[in-house]
Write a protein that binds this ligand. Structure first.
Ligand code: NAD
Length: 494
């Protein structure tokens, strides 16, 4: 008999305990060689005073097992609570979120019978760094952090996933027409790494039209790789197109561990009623079995699940008089899956054991670039001020006077729009002003500014002067050239 693998299990909140109990029953009946070890996470832990939603003792189990099967949890509303999911993903370095979506036509009603799309979402960076600040009474900020190693890991992972799963096409989605540095880096890395995978068809789409096309004709897509926020949104869109968010599972993969969960939340509106669909968590468990190398059990369980759906035994969320035979409870659905273990579906495509193979490989490639030679050169500074005046010209004139001989004021923007010099009186201004200073000897040639190096002392001197003149500095951002290339965005109208 196969030795049992220790896994960590979190039963979650809301419908979590109901669907986890039934999922564990189905796993056991299918012959999964697993030894669950339970940890406490979620609502109770938050209310016990742990703002991350996880009891400190639970980390010990996670470090030992390196595999977590987790039911959804409820994040309490209000400030001070951190998302447990984000904490787990980032602390354990689970950089890839893999969400396979496949229509179950004709068993489950859907307008897209041929949908078969895998969304691979970057899981650690982007706006989910969770770094937010209120900077002035008017303005709050969320930092979008994107790193080259982070992009390389997820993009290479997606290409490897395609190869391992016989997928033919990888589509990258970003918004690099607007965010040229952050999203631009993701896109550039996709093109660079893509050269090493000529066997995979490659495509890039701007996220807005990409989402529209995905929602309209998902059958045109195969595998999509994208950034954290976009991936969060489009994976729910695609799951819903298959019939219900209650059907899909996801794998969060890192070099040192993996977390498997349903994509839906804790559904407090139906908790405790024995009506929740356990399919999403079951699908997560199937992905976990593949990850653990128990491919036969994964396929057996998945195929019994397909048979149950084919036989029209449907929980309430996918019940439809035209396609369903009977509306079943959570427990009845699990009973039906267990009764069908060993059977293969008649119409739906059965899962061959090999397809349950590791949801995706874990890869930690050597960085493509060599850090050492990059030359970083300071050429200016953006000083962000709180200023309660309204006339940008008045601010601009004051700053011009006190700037000194070594730095010059280049422009002022308000929420990214140029307001000085030559602003438009119609532009609405908040109390948050970005003032760009460059070296006094920087030259404008044609419409282009030629940046020249700025000693850091000149920046410090400038800041001193601003403080002396009672300006309220809320933050600064340095302007750099990297290997002679501008490494900051131009102000609008600059
Ligand atoms: P939700 O996914 O819990 O529910 C949305 C709708 O889908 C509800 O009508 C619900 O009844 C239905 N639904 C969801 N899963 C179902 C299932 N398995 N069977 C039948 N119907 C199902 O989303 P929400 O209401 O926005 O969030 C509820 C709570 O869940 C929130 O506290 C949220 O923070 C949390 N949440 C947790 C996770 C997670 O732990 N991974 C993910 C998303 C949301």
């Amino acid at each position: 008999m196969q030795p049992k693998t220790l896994i960590t299990v979190a039963v979650g909140d809301g419908i979590g305990p109901e669907i986890m109990t039934q999922t564990l029953r189905m796993l056991e009946a299918a012959g999964a060689a697993l030894e669950p070890e339970f940890i406490e996470v979620g609502e109770q832990v938050y209310h016990a005073g742990y703002s991350s939603g996880i009891h400190p003792a639970a980390w010990e189990s996670l470090r030992r097992t390196r595999v977590l099967l987790k039911a959804p949890i409820t994040t309490p509303l209000g400030g001070g609570y951190k998302s447990l999911n984000v904490t787990l993903r980032k602390t354990l370095g689970l950089y890839a979120n893999v969400r396979p979506n496949r229509s179950l036509h004709p068993a489950v009603a859907t307008r897209h019978p041929n949908l078969d799309v895998v969304i691979i979402r970057e899981n650690e960076e982007d706006l989910y760094a969770g770094i937010e600040h209120q900077q002035t009474p008017d303005v709050v900020q969320c930092l979008k952090l994107v790193s080259r190693p982070g992009c390389e890991k997820i993009v290479r992972y997606a290409f490897e996933y395609c190869r391992q799963h016989g997928r033919r096409k990888l589509t990258c989605m970003t918004k690099d027409n607007i965010m040229k540095l952050t999203d631009g880096l993701f896109h550039r890395v996709f093109m660079e790494i893509g050269q090493q995978y000529p066997d995979i068809e490659q495509d890039h789409q701007i996220i807005d039209i990409g989402t529209a096309r995905l929602a309209d004709t998902p059958e045109r897509y195969d595998v999509v790789v994208t950034m954290n926020l976009y991936g969060d949104i489009i994976s729910d869109v695609v799951a819903q197109l298959t019939g219900s968010v209650g059907l899909a599972g996801s794998a969060n993969i890192g070099d040192g561990g993996a977390l498997f969960e349903a994509i839906h939340g804790s559904a407090p509106d139906i908790a405790g009623q024995n009506v929740a669909n356990p399919s999403g968590l079951l699908q997560a468990a199937v992905l976990m079995l593949g990850h653990l190398g128990q491919h036969d059990v994964a396929a057996r369980l998945h195929n019994a699940w397909l048979c149950t759906l084919e036989d029209g035994l449907h929980p309430a969320d996918i019940y439809c008089p035209e396609t369903s035979q009977q509306k079943v409870s959570t427990v009845e659905f699990a009973d039906a899956v267990i009764a069908r273990l060993g059977r293969e579906p008649r119409q739906l495509a059965a899962m061959p054991a090999r397809e349950a193979a590791t949801p995706a490989p874990t890869v930690s490639p050597a960085p493509l670039y060599d850090k050492a030679p990059v030359q970083q050169q300071l050429v200016g500074v953006d000083v962000f001020l709180r200023w309660d005046g309204k006339q940008a010209d008045a601010l601009g004139r004051q700053l011009e006077i006190l700037t000194g001989r070594r730095m010059q004021l280049k422009l002022i923007t308000n929420r990214g729009v140029k307001v000085y010099p030559d602003g438009h009186p119609e532009t609405f201004c908040t109390d948050h002003w970005r003032c760009r200073f460059v070296a006094a000897d920087a030259l404008v040639s044609g419409s282009q500014l030629e940046f020249t190096p700025v000693p850091f002392m000149d920046v410090l001197f400038l800041l001193h002067r601003l403080v002396d003149f009672n300006f309220y500095i809320i933050k600064t951002e340095h302007l750099y050239l990297m290997d002679g290339q501008r490494a900051f965005s131009l102000g609008q109208g600059e």
